[in-house]
Design a protein around this ligand. Structure first.
Ligand code: SAM
Length: 127
């Protein structure tokens, strides 16, 4: 894909998720199947799962749920959309959040016991 098209797509993605950040948060924080799937994942944690990274964390709903269930965790998260990151900071003030692209993951310092990236990665369309 030409660089200008790529940049345009990136900006469009950021604008879209920024625009719907609050709506996304409001919808999914009480959406049972979503909460239940994260609760099942959180139940798999053991004491050796201490350092957690959530890629494309959105409004930080999973980070909040995790932190409420296991308050001693060291949680970091990042997302491409600044409005999502702002909500994540408000929803989970004890975690650390940054605006970052998943594709820059190699620039992130630190070691993690658990890395989650839910509803972020997608395959390019074929054809
Ligand atoms: C459907 S939401 C999922 C949010 C969160 N993982 C959850 O489970 O609620 C998708 C998120 O991916 C983020 N996103 C999309 N492309 C991204 C990228 N390249 N790097 C980081 N975040 C990205 C969006 O801003 C959005 O917050």
């Amino acid at each position: 894909m030409p660089a200008a098209d790529h940049q345009h797509e990136l900006e469009l993605t950021i604008q879209t998720f920024d625009k719907c950040a609050q709506q996304y948060c409001d919808k999914f924080e009480s959406y049972k199947p979503y909460i239940e799937s994260y609760e099942k994942f959180a139940a798999l944690f053991t004491p050796r799962h201490r350092r957690v990274l959530e890629a494309a964390c959105g409004p930080g709903l999973f980070c909040r749920l995790l932190w409420q269930q296991i308050p001693k965790l060291d949680i970091k998260g990042f997302d491409l959309a600044p409005a999502m990151v702002n909500l994540a900071r408000a929803n989970c003030p004890d975690a650390q959040f940054a605006v970052m692209d998943c594709r820059d993951l190699d620039q992130l310092d630190g070691r993690f016991d658990v890395i989650i990236g839910a509803f972020c990665f997608s395959l390019p369309e074929s054809g």
